[in-house]
Design a protein around this ligand. Structure first.
Ligand SMILES: Cc1ncc(COP(=O)(O)O)c(C=O)c1O
Length: 379
C-alpha cells in the first residue's frame, strides 16, 4: 500500500507537480523575507495588508482586551455561538441589505456546505468551469446533478439551461465574481438575467472581491448595483480582511436551510471569538477608509492587462513555470508557481496578486523579465 503512495509522489515529482510546505517570515505590507532576502510578495491574498500589520494587531488588542477567548470549544449549534458571532452576522446582513447572514469557518467550508446542500435529489447546479475547488467539492457531495459551463461563456450556460432546466426542481447557478486564478470578472449582469429568465438561485463567490471592489468594499455586486439580485453572496474574511472565516448572505429561508443542512457548518467547532471580533473590527473600523488604496490597486492590475488586482501570467508547462518563478525570485519577486490540479493542464502559471501598497515602480523589473521570457505584457 505504501509503495503505491510513494510511486504517486515520485510521479508527481517527475511532472513538477509535487507540493511541499514552506514557512515564511512576513512583515506588514508588500515584502516577504526568505533567508534574509527581502522580496516583493506577489503570492498572498493579503490585499490590504491587514493580516500581518503589527500596528493594527496592537490597536485591535487594545480594543479587544480580554473580552474574547482563543477558542469556542463547541460547534455553532451547540454552545459555540457567542454574541460576537451574532454581531458579525448582523453587520454583514446589514451591509449587503440581506435578511440574514451566516458565518462559516472558512470559504472552503462555506462553498462545500452551500453547494452540497442547495442541490438535493432532483435539483441541479450549473457551475462555471473555472470555479474554485471548494465549489467543485461541494457539488461532488450534492445529491443533485451538476453541469459545468465553459468559463464565463453565457451562451454555453444558456444552452445548458434550455436543455436541462425543466428536468429538475430547484436550479442553482454558481460563479466566482473575480476568478481566483485568472483575475477576470464574471458577466454578472448576464448571470442575473439568466437566473431570472430560467428561475434559478444565483450563488456568487466574492472571495477575492470582498474588501476590494465596490464603494464600501462589498465586492463586484456592490460595484454593479446588483446585490439585491443575487440570492446568496459568499465572501471570505481570510483574504482582504486579513482574518479567517467566511460568510453567506441571503434570504432568511436560505440561511435557515443552511443552518439545518450544511454539514461543514453543523459538524465543526466554530472559529475562535477573538478571530470573529477581529473580522468585525476590521470591517467596521478599517475597511471604510480603504477606498483610494483599493482603487489604486485595481488600476495597477488593469495597467498590467488584468480586470482586477489578480494577474495571471500563463506559462503553460510546469517546468517552465517553475523556472520563471526561480528567475523572478533571483530578481527580488516572490511568485509561487500554480500548477494542475489547481489550474487546468497546460495552463501552469504565476498568479500575481497585488497589494494596495504596491506601485508600478515595484513591478518594472518584473515586467521586463516577463518580456525577456517571451511573455506578453500586458499579460
Ligand atoms: C474563489 C474562492 N473561494 C473560496 C476559497 C476558500 O476560502 P478560504 O481560504 O477561506 O477557505 C478560495 C481560496 O482561495 C477562493 O479562491
Amino acid at each position: 500500500m505504501f509503495v503505491s503512495y510513494r510511486k504517486i509522489l515520485s510521479d508527481l515529482d517527475e511532472a513538477s507537480h509535487l507540493r511541499s510546505i514552506k514557512s515564511f517570515e512576513r512583515k506588514a505590507g508588500k515584502y516577504i523575507y526568505i533567508d534574509n532576502k527581502k522580496l516583493i510578495n506577489l503570492s498572498s491574498n493579503n490585499y490590504l495588508g491587514f493580516a500581518d500589520n503589527e500596528e493594527i494587531t496592537e490597536e485591535f488588542l487594545n480594543f479587544a482586551g480580554k473580552k474574547y477567548s482563543f477558542g469556542s470549544a463547541s460547534a455553532r449549534l451547540l454552545t459555540g455561538t457567542l454574541p460576537v458571532y451574532n454581531g458579525l452576522e448582523k453587520l454583514i446582513g446589514g451591509l449587503f441589505k440581506k435578511e440574514a447572514a451566516l458565518i462559516f469557518n472558512s470559504g472552503y467550508h462555506a462553498n462545500v456546505g452551500i453547494n452540497s446542500t442547495l442541490a438535493g435529489a432532483g435539483d441541479v447546479i450549473f457551475s462555471d468551469k473555472l470555479n474554485h475547488a471548494s465549489i467543485i467539492d461541494g457539488m461532488l457531495l450534492a445529491k443533485g446533478k451538476f453541469f459545468r459551463y465553459k468559463h464565463n461563456d453565457m451562451h454555453n450556460l444558456e444552452k445548458l439551461l434550455i436543455r436541462e432546466r425543466n428536468n429538475f426542481n430547484n436550479a442553482v447557478i454558481v460563479s466566482e465574481s473575480v476568478f481566483s486564478m485568472d483575475g477576470d470578472i464574471a458577466d454578472l449582469k448576464k448571470l442575473v438575467e439568466l437566473k431570472k429568465k430560467y428561475n434559478c438561485i444565483l450563488v456568487l463567490d466574492e472571495a477575492h472581491a470582498f474588501g476590494v471592489f465596490g464603494k464600501n468594499g462589498l465586492g463586484v455586486c456592490e460595484d454593479l448595483g446588483i446585490t439585491s439580485d443575487v440570492d446568496l453572496i459568499v465572501g471570505t474574511f481570510g483574504k482582504a480582511i486579513g482574518s479567517m472565516g467566511a460568510f453567506a448572505a441571503g434570504s432568511r429561508i436560505l440561511i435557515e436551510y443552511l443552518v439545518n443542512k450544511a454539514r461543514p457548518f453543523i459538524f465543526s467547532t466554530s472559529l475562535p471569538p477573538i478571530n470573529i471580533a477581529f473580522s468585525k473590527w476590521i470591517i467596521e473600523n478599517k475597511l471604510p477608509y480603504t477606498y483610494d488604496a483599493r482603487m489604486r490597486m485595481i488600476n495597477l492590475g488593469k495597467n498590467l492587462g488584468s480586470e482586477s488586482h489578480i494577474i495571471p501570467v500563463i506559462v503553460g508547462e510546469n517546468s517552465e513555470t517553475v523556472q520563471l518563478s526561480e528567475i523572478l525570485y533571483q530578481n527580488g519577486y516572490f511568485t509561487l508557481p500554480i500548477r494542475p490540479p489547481t489550474v487546468p493542464d497546460g495552463t501552469s502559471r504565476l498568479r500575481l496578486s497585488l497589494t494596495a501598497d504596491m506601485q508600478m515602480q515595484d513591478l518594472e523589473t518584473l515586467v521586463k523579465l516577463l518580456k525577456d521570457f517571451n511573455i506578453k505584457v500586458p499579460c
